[in-house]
Design a protein around this ligand. Sequence first.
Ligand code: IFM
Length: 441
Amino acid sequence: MPEATFYFPPDFKWGTATSSYQVEGNNTNNDWWAWEQEEGHIKEGHRSGLACNWWERAEEDFDRAAELGQNAHRLSVEWSRIEPEEGRFDDSALDRYRAMLQALRERGIEPMVTLHHFTNPLWLAEMGGWENPRAIPLFDRYAARVVEALGEFCDLWCTINEPNVVVFLGYVMEVFPPGKQDFRAAMGVGRNLMRAHAAAYRRIHELQPQARVGFAHNIRIFDPANPRSPLDRRVAAWQNRAYNETFVAAVIRGRWLPPLGLGWALRLRNTLDWVGLNYYTRDVVAFDRRMGHQLFGRNFHPEDAELMDGGYGELYPEGMERSLRRLARLRLPIYVTENGIPDSDDDQRPRYLITHLHRVWRVIQGCHPVVGYYHWTLVDNFEWVEGWTLRFGLIEIDPETQARTFRRSAYLYRDIIRANGITPQIIDEYAPEIRSVLLPG
Ligand code: IFM
């Protein structure tokens, strides 16, 4: 009897994801550039600099994506380029993005455009960023300009990337700008981001009725360190609610759930056409009364966990399935808008890719509509506070010379896309050590 192939639906989208700041280079007019210049913020004093030089040469990497058979790409546009000063829009920046989207289309790659991926124009940061409710109408106006300019090439929009990450890393953990530890401000920022999402959702549909609009939600699994401890269970459940559930509840049910807020948010209700999952890893959580800013949870990795480079997290494919099954309850199309691993020598990535995609496949077998997968990422790029120390790319880059080298995983992803599934031959060639797990008997 022939061995099973894990086939994906015929119209499945296979892509990679990137963000403007991480790949374009010289994005000098935003809060992240300012943050980078301050000592101690970025590991080893690294700088984004020219990044992957996409502002000049994105098309060359689009060629590489096409060569690998990808039919989708998620990129973001940079607010600080498009609106360099409040109210002044730069048509030449929009033209560059039009050229990029056209280039993707010409290569048979469908673009998904993210409007906000972590960075804020300096002028917005100076007026208090997302703590200031004025950010909402300003984002709405910016979204309108982008859709008017780029709508000819794109109708798949992601309003905001990982609002929960913006909130927790910027306003609780002090590692993203503005580097605060202020829970009250954090929750205000979270509400404003979700209000901005809803405003943009409506605006985009007004301008482009056929548009499909969603946001990219980072889900992290939080499991109690000791499942028999009621306190560990309680803090894990709280972190889960705060991080994973409240943002989605606002835009699906039109409700603020604590700690994000309390009461109705009716204007926000039903403002998703699809939901995006960014899944990477899980934490185990133990109650610790000293960790008030983390809802009294101390987060760590299980002792026997296999870790990714730089302690980025546990390699935990089951979390992909658990996250997708949670989102499936929303009864909306799901894109895996990000999933990937920092692995500079590419010794874990093949296994990571196959096991995570196998989990996606399992969820699709349950008739849940996962419609696409965007691997993070196409080429190594500037990894925020980790600088260039973490390498997530299917393609390796030397940021000094800009030289590219395909990693083995790039060919693995190409072969999966070609087969539109995971075949026994692919497993044998790229990760024979997991054959007995995926193909028992
Ligand atoms: O590089 C980031 C991306 O910008 C947002 N999601 C997680 C990725 C890897 O850390």
